[in-house]
Write a protein that binds this ligand. Structure first.
Ligand SMILES: [Co+2]
Length: 470
């Protein structure tokens, strides 16, 4: 889920950055290969050989694709020592399609796969690199980020995300409705977590991290089907951002990818995938927001894409940013822009970040679209007097089922609630609930997104949601 950039916030873009950088790209080819330093990872890059043609997200039938097999073999060799670890913890059971087997049954040892591990390159650097946070605070975050229970729960959420998205990649095809896809994701996540979230309190233990985002084409983010709405059928020419979250005890795995069914968009997707991986590579203790943004922008805007005979330089979207995550709080205050800014805020040990980027063939400035994506408790408002009894009872329901987790109207419907709109609007008007609208670039443009959740640990960065797919 993207964090909206504060409108009044000035951006200090590099003069002529897009022009000069873009000119370095010829025919939409990236300047360098899109990845590399994953020597110690469980989840290597799917397209590390830089084949732009494989920029599309999709599940490859290994038996039928020998080059894919060779690639996998190469990957396997690299990951040998970690793969062993992973295998040891799996049971003989297999995930079903649609996914319904709780991951707890698939991993009877209770240990979930470690994400991609990116150790810090400390050579020649200040040995006090990790001494950013005060000793006392550092001790407190250690308790959390080096705590096996916390880590294992977070890795479990990531495993649920990987298994559910694999089903999406295999089954979301033109002709399906967005409602079918969204409900399929949500049924999958809840089943794999073993929390249907229908009893008060159950949804706080585990569930969706926010409303399933299925934004098409010029809609970059924050679209989910609403009850009573006309079905939207996925089309062959659509560019669909699939953005969903999995939370366990309020700790959200926020990860997203883009699906297309026409290779014409391959370079757009490759640009955004590269940009997100670049952001991940430069993330770490002491990394500054504005500089990470600069690296992201440089990667993103080195690509071109040709659609219907017209060539576009891929542009980084200005209106959204990556964000840090706290318990039951998807946007906790730090923002990772997709462009160079002067923001000197640092990443610190213990931070959880959603590193996401969006690229577009449009303007890069988003406008609020019609309708509503979701609602979430305003974390700044602690006490409000509410006259309307329906507003009071709805607030109680929200607190019992979602806490600070952003929800959509479909999530209220499945709890058996009806005629809640008056109460809902009252809570929005009192500032108790924040409302999130869809975010659109100009008509006719195409936008893409890739996102991972990472953990800033003392010795390196763990890319929790990394998979073989992206
Ligand atoms: Co996000």
């Amino acid at each position: 889920m993207g964090s909206k950039t504060f409108e009044g916030q000035p951006h200090y873009e590099q003069a002529n950055a897009s022009g000069s950088i873009k000119s370095m790209a010829v025919g939409g080819k990236p300047r360098g290969s899109s990845s590399g330093e994953d020597g110690d990872s469980n989840y290597g890059e799917g397209d590390e050989d830089g084949d732009g043609g494989d920029g599309r997200i999709g599940v490859v039938n290994e038996a039928e694709n020998t080059s894919e097999n060779q690639k996998r073999k190469k990957q396997k060799k690299k990951n040998k020592k970690n793969k062993k670890n992973k295998k040891a913890s799996t049971s003989g059971l297999k995930q079903t399609s649609p996914p319904r087997v709780p991951v707890a049954d698939l991993f009877p040892s209770g240990q979930y796969p470690v994400g991609e591990w990116l150790g810090y390159d400390t050579e020649g650097k200040d040995e006090n690199l990790q001494r950013t946070t005060g000793e006392e605070l550092r001790h407190l975050v250690r308790l959390r980020t080096e705590d096996e229970g916390f880590l294992n729960d977070y890795r479990k959420g990531a495993e649920v995300h990987r298994q559910v998205r694999q089903w999406v990649q295999q089954t979301a095809k033109p002709g399906k409705t967005l409602l079918e896809i969204a409900e399929g994701i949500e049924d999958g996540v809840r089943s794999l977590l073993g929390h249907q979230g229908l009893e008060p309190g159950d949804g706080l233990k585990g569930g969706m991290g926010f409303p399933t985002g299925l934004a098409l084409n010029n809609c970059a983010a924050h679209y989910t089907p609403n009850p009573g709405q006309k079905d939207i059928v996925l089309q062959q020419e659509d560019v669909m951002k699939v953005d969903f979250g999995v939370h366990i005890n309020g700790w959200i795995v926020d990860s997203a990818f883009t699906m297309t069914f026409d290779p014409v968009y391959d370079n757009l997707l490759a640009a955004v995938k590269d940009a997100t991986n670049t952001g991940i590579k430069v993330a770490g203790i002491d990394a500054r927001m504005g500089e990470i943004g600069g690296a992201i922008q440089e990667a993103m805007e080195s690509y071109e894409v040709e659609i219907k005979g017209k060539t576009y330089g891929v542009k980084a979207i200005r209106s959204l940013s990556g964000h840090n995550i706290e318990q039951y709080k998807i946007h906790a205050g730090k923002s990772v822009p997709f462009i160079k800014t002067s923001d000197q805020t640092k990443m610190e040990e213990g931070d959880v970040f959603a590193i996401e980027t969006f690229g577009t063939t449009g303007r890069g400035h988003l406008q609020d679209g019609p309708g509503v994506y979701g609602y979430g408790l305003n974390h700044d408002v602690t006490h409000t007097h509410l006259n309307l009894s329906s507003a009071r009872s709805l607030l109680k329901t929200v607190k019992e089922n979602f806490g600070g987790i952003v929800f959509c109207r479909r999530y209220l419907d499945r709890l058996g609630l009806d005629r809640y709109l008056l109460g809902l609007n009252s809570l929005v008007n009192h500032g108790v609930l924040e409302m999130y609208p869809p975010l659109n670039d100009i008509k006719g443009s195409y936008t893409a997104q890739f996102e991972h959740t990472i953990l800033i640990r003392s010795a390196g960065v763990e890319v929790l949601s990394r998979g073989d797919d992206y």
